[in-house]
Write a protein that binds this ligand. Sequence first.
Ligand SMILES: C=C1C[C@]23C[C@@]1(O)CC[C@H]2[C@@]12CC[C@H](O)[C@@](C)(C(=O)O1)[C@H]2[C@@H]3C(=O)O
Ligand SMILES: O=C(O)CCC(=O)C(=O)O
Ligand SMILES: [Fe+2]
Length: 363
Amino acid sequence: MVVASPNPSRAEKPEAIELPVINLSGERTEVASLITKACEEYGFFKVINHGVPEETVAAMEEEGVSFFTKPDVEKQRAGPAVPYGYGRKNIGFNGDIGEVEYLLLHTNPLSISQSSITISGDPQKFCSVVNGYVRAVRGLACDLLDLMAGGLRVHDQSLFSKMIRDVESDSLFRLNHYPPSSFHHCTTGAVGFGEHTDPQILTILRSNDVGGLQIRVADAVWVPVPPDPTAFCVNVGDVLQLFGSSLNQLESHGKLVNHVQLIKGSNYDIGPYQVESTNLYFLKAMTNGRFMSVRHRALTNINKPRISMAYFGAPPLQAMVTTPPELVTPHSPLLYRPFTWGEYKRASYSLQLGDSRLQLFRK
Ligand SMILES: C=C1C[C@]23C[C@@]1(O)CC[C@H]2[C@@]12CC[C@H](O)[C@@](C)(C(=O)O1)[C@H]2[C@@H]3C(=O)O
Ligand SMILES: O=C(O)CCC(=O)C(=O)O
Ligand SMILES: [Fe+2]
C-alpha cells in the first residue's frame, strides 16, 4: 500500500519508468501500430530518429539559456504572461504557483516576431530560431498524428494533423526554466510545474539533460521520466483523448490505478510516511481506453537548472472538436457534445492547473 503525500519531499520514490521508445525510421504500418499502442497504454512515449536536426534543438536551447540568464529587469520587459510572455512562479490566472519561470508564446509567426522584440537583444535571430524550431516540431507532430489516425483506422488520415497545420492553429510554444531548489531543505526538488494534463491535441517535449518530469500512474504515485538528449517526449493532450473516446473506454479511464502492477521490492523510508514493499511501479497497458491524456508535473533539481521546451499542437480557436464518426458506434456512443477549441481553451483558463476539464463537456 502506498500512503500518499502531496509533499514532493515525502513522496514515494519509485524507479524511473521506461517509456515506450518509437523509432520513426521503422516500417510505417508497424510504427503506426506501436504509436497507437503507446498512446493507449501510456499516453506518453519517446521518439527517436525523429528527423528534427540537433542543431535546431541546440539553437533553441541556447536562446532559452541566454534569455533566462538575463537580469530580472530585462526579463520582466517580456512580461507579464497574460497568458503570453514572460511569467515567473504564477501559472495561469487562478492562483497556481510553481518554482518556474517561463516564456509562453503563440506560434503564429507574426506573434513570434512581435514577442521577439521584448525578449531578445537580437529579435531577428530569436524569431528565426523559434520559427525554425516550431516548424520542425510541428512537422514531427503532424507525422505522429497521421500515424495515430492510421492506427485508429480513421478514414481521413490527416484529420488530426490538418488542425495544427492550419494557418490559424492556436498552437503554443513554451520555454520553462526551473532554477535549482530543494523543498524545505530536503533531498528532492520542489514542484516546478504542478500536476496537470495538457489541454491541446499533442505535446512535443524536450528538456536539457536534467531530470524532473514525472507522470502519474496512480493516485499520488509519481514516476520519474529520465531525460534523454536524443529523443523527444510526446504526450497525448485532452483533445486527442476525446477524439479516441467512447463510453466503454471512458469508464475504464481512471481505473488505471487498478492496473498498475506493483513489483515488489524493499521497503524504504519516506519520512513519517511508509511505502510498503514497493520500489518499482510498472504501468501496464490495461485500460481499454484508447488514448489517454496523462497527468504529469515537473520538479526542480536540487543542483542543476532544468530547461524544457514544449510545443502544444492545437486546433484553430473556431474549429469544432468532436470524435470522428467512424469511432462512434452503438457500443461506443458519442460522449461529449461538440464544442470549439476556443470554448475548451476558455474553460481551461477558468480552471486551475490540476482541474479536470473534459467532464464539463460530457453530453
Ligand atoms: C492554470 C492554468 C495554466 C494553463 C491554463 C490553466 O488555466 C490550466 C491549463 C494550463 C496549461 C497547461 C499546459 C500548457 O503549459 C498551458 C500553456 C496550457 O495550454 O494549459 C498551460 C496554461 C498556461 O500556463 O497559461
Ligand atoms: O518541464 C516539463 O518537463 C513539463 C512542462 C509541462 O508539462 C508544460 O509546460 O505543460
Ligand atoms: Fe504539460
